[in-house]
Design a protein around this ligand. Structure first.
Ligand SMILES: [Ca+2]
Ligand SMILES: [Ca+2]
Length: 309
């Protein structure tokens, strides 16, 4: 290719040299002859070796001025994608977002394993009493129990009967007086009077409760206090002469009023043990410190606590 280009350029210069030589030769001949065209030159008639270097240089063309810039070419195709760059530095923490809506309730979990037994708790406060329940059915009759102790039973009672001579008061008349410092009444001496009749008790233990009331319905002037006294004995018979000191009980009143209306009263209870075979209970009354006779009454209540068997 390069050799062919050189040959074409060389042939061009040969043709130019031939034309120029012919023109020069005509001018030298002083004749006005017409120019010879290339078509008039036969092939291979003139070679470059037949032209001098100076002639060739004189025939060489000159470089012209720079031409105007050509039009901009069309936009090229887009290039291929470059390689991935290195990862950049981490950015700053963003602002806290708005709280989201409450989620739906989750499904119930599976039953867990049974735990260990815990320690016993503290005893709780006693609860409120419940309502009374219905009555239960009657139970089977139980065995007969042993004999209990004998109960207290009334075995005797007595009261002085009313006296019509003294407005039916429960009194006896003729209660004798005695010295203030005496031991009267005494069996076989100043025996006084009985306010209640003697009564018999079998062997056993008894409570004997007595009340006495003394009156000075005749308004005796004794010059001093008048004390009603009743003594009781356990005796072998109903006769006071069978009785012996000491007595089993005595009652003393305060001073008998002198208004011929009101009385002086006293009560007492004794525990009386009656020995085997039984005894009589005898009571007698006097007025110590008095003068003349007085009125008095009594009631007696006897209950048995135990028999003597
Ligand atoms: Ca008197
Ligand atoms: Ca008196």
């Amino acid at each position: 290719m390069a050799k062919n280009g050189w040959l074409r350029r060389k042939s061009f210069w040969v043709s130019v040299a031939i034309v120029a030589a012919l023109v020069g030769a005509a001018a030298a001949n002083g004749s006005a002859r017409a120019l010879i065209t290339g078509a008039q030159i036969k092939a291979h008639t003139i070679t470059a070796r037949e032209l001098s270097a100076s002639l060739i240089d004189s025939l060489r063309g000159k470089k012209g001025d720079r031409g105007a810039a050509g039009q901009q070419g069309e936009r090229g195709d887009q290039g291929g994608q470059g390689e991935r760059g290195d990862q950049g530095a981490q950015g700053q923490r963003g602002e806290k977002g708005v709280q989201g809506e409450r989620g739906d309730q989750g499904a119930q979990g599976q039953r867990g394993d049974e735990g260990q037994r815990g320690d016993q708790g503290i005893q709780g406060v006693q609860g409120v009493q419940g309502q009374r329940g219905d009555q239960g059915e009657q139970g089977v009759e139980g065995e007969r129990g042993g004999q209990g102790a004998p109960g207290e039973s009334l075995v005797y009672r007595a009261i002085t009967p009313p006296d019509p001579a003294h407005l039916n008061l429960d009194v006896v008349d003729g209660v004798p007086s005695a010295a203030t410092t005496s031991a009267d009444p005494l069996p076989g001496s100043n025996e006084g009077v009985a306010l209640v009749d003697p009564f018999h008790l079998d062997a056993g233990t008894y409570l004997v409760s007595s009340t006495v009331g003394f009156f000075d319905l005749d308004n005796n002037d004794s010059g001093g206090p008048e004390y009603g006294v009743m003594k009781t004995w356990l005796c072998s018979s109903s006769n006071v002469t069978s009785c012996q000191e000491p007595s089993v009980g005595s009652l003393w009143t305060a001073d008998i009023p002198d208004d011929a209306t009101n009385g002086a009263q006293q009560s007492g209870t004794i525990l009386l043990d009656v020995p085997t075979g039984g005894d009589w209970v005898v009571s007698r009354a006097v007025v110590r410190g008095g003068t003349g006779t007085y009125q008095a009454g009594a009631n007696v209540i006897v209950t048995q606590l135990a028999d003597g068997s």
